[in-house]
Design a binder for this molecule. Sequence first.
Ligand code: OOG
Ligand code: MG
Length: 265
Amino acid sequence: MTTTPVEQVAARLDDAVRSATAIPQPSAGEDSLTLPLAYEVQRAGLALRSGRGDTTIGVKLGFTSKAKAAQMGVSDVIIGAITSSMEVVDGGEIDLSALIHPRIEPEVAFLLGEDVDPHDPRSVARTAVSHVAPALEIIDSRYRDFAFSLEDVVADNTSAAGFVTGPWTSFAEGRVDLDNRGVILEQDGEPVMTGSTSAILGHPEHALSAAKRMARLYGHGLPAGTILLAGAATPAVPLVPGSRVEATVSGLGRVGVTATGASHG
Ligand code: OOG
Ligand code: MG
């Protein structure tokens, strides 16, 4: 069977996920990608996952916060997919032995109660949201040293590895104020990062229109039931074996996870 260069990069990244082994960045070698090709690699990788019964259940935005973008040395907002195998229940455990060099970051998650058509200008993501929750995202770049270009990280499905959503609050019009809410990330009861929801594109609701735009450009769907991670409110921290990590978003509540096992580092 002949495979295209896009499929080859996708297969290498998929092997890296399944063996929890870091690989060289495409940008470092002859596989250097353009942004449209990087999204093709991402799509091919998601097809490999869905072939194993791992279904896409949502989308995530990356680099919606300037501090996060600065941490990773990139500047543009990116979109990726989150799948059923990535979901961890609130208060549950995440097994680090399946991961390379995991990090964790506090986020805001939206739940779509209605379909959003990314191609229809009349379809407004903001009005389709039914619920909102505090969330944690576990990212695990499949690249050595957690280093990448924008194209590399897009091909790697934006480092998506796991996510936890806290209690969902109904998002009835005007009832939930997400403007400039305090965000605290704690590790074993000690604050390790603090920030504000305004770090997320100025206001987390701006992530909704951004997600619709990115979904249209790069072929993601936004059906009812989609979980949408708006992006980190602070830089990510290493996920330490044995630690319990909790995020609090003022007005939304808390969400937590415990790390078990040891990553491949
Ligand atoms: C890419 C993912 C960025 C966010 O919330 O900004 C991201 C990475 O930092 O590895 O998920
Ligand atoms: Mg994130």
